[in-house]
Design a protein around this ligand. Structure first.
Ligand code: COA
Length: 330
């Protein structure tokens, strides 16, 4: 009988810019306070690119670490998928810059745009790609420089975001005991206007004077987004559990997208899980969009909170709106 192939993560890597900006630093830029930011979001500090730095440097660093720890060579990689909203250039893609620098000569490479759910979208594609040929190796990267799309005069958004990158190497496992069990990808464009970045695309090319300047940055109606985020995260988590005949208590660890500590706490409460089962690092990184889950996986593993054979649930939510969940046996 043919054994079941699953896709496993061989190793992870991460990299963030060294520059740390605290809430107190932001108090000098906009009318805000450390107290407000901590209470409303859970964020204490974030890593941001310096002027002149590029996010590809960190995406490449995270990728090199993941490849090295996986014990493979860049030439063995078949595909590079980079989830990002903020590539260095619109062309070439960030995935191509990674491919070039790694010397991954055999790999196809493309960027994927699914906002903060992008890494889980990319991981799900990698899962399907290696299932048809378990020998294949896919580098999945989440890399984001939201600071470059932030209006630093808008206190409702500028306190939220951070820059960084995370990467994982995915391959097939013919034992079928560990790896990705199931995933859900979703989208709902009916409320897209609540979270936008309109300027710089083909509707309003750079410097198009028809569009107000603020629209060249991320704009968000936070309170409304919050409501949609909490509902979507809960639904994805419960749907994934239900269709795999699992209960919340079967989960060893949840790694949610790190957008707001209150959204994470809402999810924890709805699933009735203890805080030890929910990984949180938003206090140190803010919302790094597509990079948030791979950075969190890396840290959860390093801190011993994510261990071999653990049942791991990852859930994400982002502008569009997009949502995603991946259930895996680590
Ligand atoms: N510092 C101080 N006060 C601030 C502030 C800041 N940085 N940002 C907003 N405020 C003020 C508002 O102006 C408002 O004042 P008002 O009552 O006088 O009008 C008050 O704080 C409350 O604003 P509100 O937007 O209702 O706060 P909130 O509790 O909803 O928190 C967010 C705001 C953005 C933190 C929260 O809505 C959120 O996290 N939303 C989801 C964001 C998200 O997940 N986005 C990314 C999707 S991946």
């Amino acid at each position: 009988m043919k054994s079941k192939v699953t896709s496993v993560i061989l190793a992870c890597g991460m990299a963030v810019p060294p520059k740390i900006v605290t809430n107190h630093d932001l108090e000098k830029l906009v009318e805000t306070s450390d107290k407000w930011i901590v209470e409303r979001t859970g964020i204490k500090e974030r890593h941001l690119l310096e002027n002149g730095e590029v996010i590809s440097s960190y995406a490449i660093k995270a990728s090199k670490e993941a490849i090295e720890r996986a014990g493979i060579k860049p030439e063995e990689i078949d595909l590079i998928i980079c989830a990002t909203l903020t590539p260095d250039y619109l062309m070439p893609s960030l995935a191509i810059l990674i491919q070039r620098e790694l010397g991954a000569n055999k790999a196809g490479a493309f960027d994927l745009s699914a906002t903060c759910s992008g890494f889980l979208y990319a991981l799900s594609l990698a899962d399907q790609y290696v299932k048809s040929n378990p020998e294949r190796k896919v580098l999945v990267v989440g890399a984001e420089a939201l600071s470059r799309k932030t209006n630093w005069q808008d206190r409702t958004t500028c306190v939220l975001f951070g820059d960084g990158a995370g990467a994982v190497v995915v391959t097939g496992d013919e034992n079928g005991e560990r790896g990705i069990v199931d995933f859900i990808l979703g989208a709902d464009g009916s409320n897209f206007h609540l979270l936008t970045l309109k300027g710089g695309g083909s509707a309003f090319p750079p410097f198009d004077e028809r569009l107000p300047k603020e629209e060249y940055y991320i704009r968000m109606q936070g309170r409304e987004v919050f409501k949609i985020a909490t509902r979507a995260m809960e639904k994805v988590a419960l749907d994934l559990l239900q269709r795999n005949n699992l209960k919340p208590e079967d989960i060893d660890i949840i790694i949610p997208h790190q957008a707001n500590l209150r959204i994470i706490e809402y999810l924890r409460e709805r699933l009735n899980l203890p805080m030890e089962k929910v990984f949180v690092n938003i206090d140190r990184y803010g919302n790094t969009s597509a990079a948030s889950i791979p950075i969190a996986i890396y840290e959860a593993e390093r801190e011993g909170k994510l261990q071999r054979d653990n049942l791991l649930l990852m859930v994400a939510f982002g502008g569009g709106f997009t949502f995603a969940g991946v259930l895996m046996r680590w």
